[in-house]
Design a protein around this ligand. Structure first.
Ligand code: NAP
Length: 326
């Protein structure tokens, strides 16, 4: 039996396991738990023992091959997470024993990884692991979009409003002085939490209410694409701005609806424009915002139970699965 096809539940004693994929496909089919080669720490790197990492749609979409023009397996999966520095060189030794987010390097769904210390983000002591592990992708996306397309005084409309990213958008839009925030939800179970935040909730099948809300919206942040996005664009007022940042439906926006109102946001493009100092500074703002935020609950899964965690991700969208890595 090779490492690539070994049953993961037989591999609890594997040294430094990593969840890797060798080809694109369904995550349940193509991910495998494999040992990560160990060796001396390269001079320009820092070694981090991972504590935990969430499972986000943004982690799963690349495994299915959506970005095959940019990323090529074999790769360790996972984009964000938190861990502790175990080895470092030179001045970076001061970080030994500190919690960091080892971002923008190798995949985070592994027990031990080497990362660029200039991009590793130290975590303040009062931020718990389950918040720190989710501090990058959705928070930075929500913050950057609200900065680029300010919402003060605007009627704001969100799709997939129960998602982690939309919840952050909703709460911060209200803090930024949005006139109203309306959230479209596919499932009713998000209604209470969103209403408590001050969001007016619409059912995704309530077409009349959705059309009216689109007609009012001055800022629309869409994570679904497909038919819902097409419907919203058809009814949106000409002066409104439609920000497309996700394709949860799996379908694109119809080219006939693409016009000057549609803007696209990609976190990878946003961070490409930040130098190291601006990157680290962004987290100072994010930590302050995250201290006072309602993030969805998490459920912990051991790395060896990654299959159950993926199944949970698809069947329990209100509770974020967290891989416990050490
Ligand atoms: N552009 C960027 O740089 C960027 C950065 C971060 C995130 N994103 C995108 O933002 C989106 C949300 O990510 P997340 O981590 O916040 O997700 P999440 O917390 O895991 O939540 C996913 C939510 O999406 C909803 N959903 C799934 N398929 C749907 C569909 N076809 N129609 C309507 N709702 C659907 C589910 O709703 P129910 O519970 O109602 O079933 C679930 O609540 C993803 O598309 C992700 O790729 C993009």
């Amino acid at each position: 039996m090779t490492a690539a096809n070994a049953r993961p539940d037989l591999m609890t004693d594997m040294p430094d396991p990593a969840l890797r994929y060798h080809r694109f496909g369904s995550p349940l089919e193509v991910l495998h738990l494999e040992p990560q080669p160990d060796g001396p720490l390269p001079q320009e790197q820092m070694r981090v023992r991972m504590s935990c990492a969430p499972i986000n749609p943004s982690d799963l979409i690349p495994i299915a091959g959506a970005y095959r023009h940019r990323v090529m397996p074999p790769l360790v999966a996972g984009h964000e997470g938190v861990g502790m520095v175990t080895q470092a060189h030179g001045a970076w030794r001061a970080l030994k024993g500190r919690r960091v987010l080892p971002l923008r390097g190798p995949g985070t769904w592994q027990q031990s990884l080497d990362c660029d210390p200039r991009l590793a983000v130290p975590v303040p002591d009062d931020i718990p692991d389950h918040v720190a592990a989710r501090a990058w992708i959705n928070p930075m996306t929500a913050m950057a979009m609200l900065r680029r397309w300010p919402v003060e005084g605007c009627h704001v409309l969100l799709t997939a409003a129960g998602s982690n990213c939309a919840r952050l958008l909703a709460q911060w839009a209200l803090c930024c002085g949005a006139r109203s925030v309306t959230g479209i939800c596919r499932s009713a179970h998000h209604r209470e939490a969103l209403t408590d935040m001050g969001v007016h909730v619409l059912d995704q099948e309530d077409h009349a209410a959705i059309d009216a809300a689109a007609g009012r919206a001055e800022r629309l942040f869409d994570a679904t694409g497909g038919r819902l996005a097409d419907r919203l664009l058809t009814h949106m007022a000409p002066e409104g701005i439609f920000v497309a940042y996700g394709l949860l439906s799996g379908a694109p926006i119809s080219p006939r609806n693409m016009n000057a109102r549609v803007r696209h946001f990609h976190l990878r493009d946003h961070i490409a424009g930040l130098n190291h100092l601006q990157w680290q500074e962004s987290f100072k703002t994010l930590w302050a915002l995250l201290r006072d935020i309602d993030m969805p609950a998490t459920r912990d899964f051991r790395l060896t139970d990654w299959r159950q965690a993926l199944i949970w991700h698809d069947s329990h969208p209100a509770v974020k699965p967290m891989l416990m890595l050490s």
